[in-house]
Design a protein around this ligand. Structure first.
Ligand code: NAD
Length: 502
């Protein structure tokens, strides 16, 4: 597909129809590796488009909820097969729309496929429990029921995986969804919506509205007919959404930022840790919520490890993610490019030692895109801003630790709690770390990235609000529990009073 062919105008999906925004306005999605390449023009939606989408969802939800769950899961299964058939095409589109290298884009689509298969299987699993009653001739059970209309608001860094993590369990549970993808990746989102429609989702069960956060995300959160918000994105926006939901009495689940660390102990396999650090820090140009952005290294191996790391980082090749020779692709947009560079300046002001990178790459073709040189800082102190704040770019900071306990203390010492990892050959150290690291996800002898969809995903502290996506916990986000008591004794029985035990 050439850029010229794809630069058409795309609408919102509302009640089964693709329509322009009511204002008629559009915005563009561009290739971050080549800003002159426009992938398409997209509906710039606002409040009235949100109202249309929510009305369509409200109308469609009851019939969808009455469709037996195995029937709903068939639609998810078919969507998974379509994703599988189109994996390569979707991965290439993703690389063009948000820049990650093709191998990683394939992995992103694969997460969607895995989630579809997993959720399709869940469609025939139990949805509750039968619990003994304290009274005779009385049956008690629980069941999960849909919430109603839910909103899914997603970021650009996993444009297929994150929407699939949300949409598939939300739809399987019998909800209707209004999906608001990130403004940087509307086309991948549209391709996913098309697939779900093609797989047999009835009109109005999934509605997709493209546009900017403040213009259409905020009215979606405010809409009184939307009963729950599933949000993945920045802490700033997440906290704003949570406060609106608190005021309006809505359910909200938040998956926010991270400042993930990898601890390298003195007894670690250093080669293994080097491979992990490189993949964890510079995969997706560091734009993963689970990216390794702090490396905490015990004193005895600090110098040797940093030196070897520098050798490897300085050899990373920047370029277009479609080029198989590229190790690190572009960052998403110019705003983010400038923000990453601002953090380099902050690091220098804080007297951290810049070992490599630290600049915008503008030579030759790189100047046509948003490229930042893989950056490594040494002599970083745990309290520095570059060691505390999420940079979301290809910047890795090395923090010395005097010993194991110091390393754990530093790892836990940020406001985030998404993913922490430790490299050690000592079994006791590994388990002590599992016990003491304060994060939703802990890895041993692996970097901070690499989540699998059949396990719960999410973070503690400012990273989240206690929900977990993926795994069976995904349903906690998208269902209500209903508790049912059936008394067939034919007379009044009083719980806690008329029991055989009393
Ligand atoms: P962002 O918060 O700027 O945007 C996320 C989404 O929210 C977008 O769709 C955006 O349009 C929308 N939005 C913006 N303002 C809004 C508002 N006022 N009301 C409603 N919606 C609004 O985040 P981003 O830049 O797209 O993504 C990067 C961030 O996401 C990073 O902080 C990263 O760590 C985080 N993230 C977290 C996870 C996780 O699972 N914990 C996964 C991926 C990314």
């Amino acid at each position: 597909m050439s850029g010229a062919e794809s630069a058409r105008t795309y609408g919102n999906l509302i009640g089964g129809e693709w329509r322009a925004a009511r204002s008629g306005e559009t915005f563009d999605s561009v290739n971050p590796a080549r800003r002159s390449e426009v992938l398409g023009h997209f509906a710039r939606s606002s409040q009235s488009d949100i109202e249309d989408a929510v009305s369509a969802a409200v109308a469609a939800q009851p019939a969808w909820a009455r469709t037996p769950m195995p029937g709903r899961s068939e639609v998810i299964a078919r969507a998974g097969r379509l994703l599988e058939e189109r994996k390569e095409e979707l991965a290439r589109l993703m690389t063009r729309e948000m820049g990650k290298v093709l191998t990683e884009a394939r992995g992103d689509v694969q997460e969607g496929i895995d989630m579809a298969k997993y959720m399709a299987g869940q469609g025939r699993n139990p949805v509750g429990e039968v619990v003994p009653s304290e009274l005779r001739d009385k049956r008690c059970f629980t069941e999960r029921v849909p919430i109603g209309v839910v909103a899914c608001i997603t970021p650009w860094n996993f444009p297929m995986a994150i929407p699939c993590w949300k949409l598939m369990p939300a739809l399987l549970a019998g909800n209707a969804v209004v999906f608001k993808p990130a403004e940087d990746t509307p086309l991948v989102a549209i391709r996913l919506a098309e697939i779900l429609v093609e797989a047999g989702l009835p009109s109005g069960v999934l509605n997709l509205v493209t546009g900017y956060g403040e213009e259409c995300g905020a009215p979606l959160v405010e809409n009184s007919l939307v009963r729950a918000i599933s949000f993945t994105g920045s802490v700033e926006v997440g906290q704003q959404i949570a406060s609106t939901c608190g005021r309006l009495g809505k359910r909200v689940s938040l998956e926010l930022g991270g400042k993930n660390a990898m601890v390298v102990t003195a007894d670690a396999d250093l080669e293994l840790a080097l491979d992990g650090a490189l993949w964890g820090a510079f995969g997706t140009a560091g734009q993963r919520c689970t990216a390794t952005s702090r490396l905490i290294v015990e004193a005895p191996v600090l110098e040797a490890f940093t030196e070897q790391l520098l050798g490897r980082v300085s050899k990373l090749r920047l370029g277009d993610g479609l080029d198989p020779a590229t190790d690190v692709g572009p960052v998403i947009n110019q705003t983010q490019l400038k923000r990453i560079h601002a953090y380099t300046e902050i690091g220098l002001q804080e007297a951290a030692r810049l070992l490599t990178g630290g600049s915008i790459a503008a030579d030759g073709q790189l100047g046509e895109g948003n490229f930042y040189r893989p950056t490594l800082f040494a002599d970083v102190k745990p309290e520095m801003r570059i060691a505390q704040e999420e940079i979301f770019g290809p910047t890795l900071v090395v923090i010395p630790a005097v010993d194991f306990s110091d390393a754990i203390r530093i790892a836990n010492g940020t406001r985030y709690g998404l993913s922490l990892s430790i490299y050690t050959r000592d079994l006791a150290r590994a388990f002590q770390a599992v016990d003491r690291l304060e994060s939703g996800i802990v890895y041993v002898n692996a970097p901070t990235i690499g989540a699998e969809i059949q396990l719960p995903f999410g973070g503690t502290k400012w990273t989240g609000n206690g929900h977990r996506e993926a795994g069976t916990t995904a349903f906690d986000e998208f269902t209500e529990w209903k508790t049912v008591y059936i008394d067939y004794s034919g007379h009044l029985q009083r719980a806690q009073i008329d029991t055989d035990a009393s």
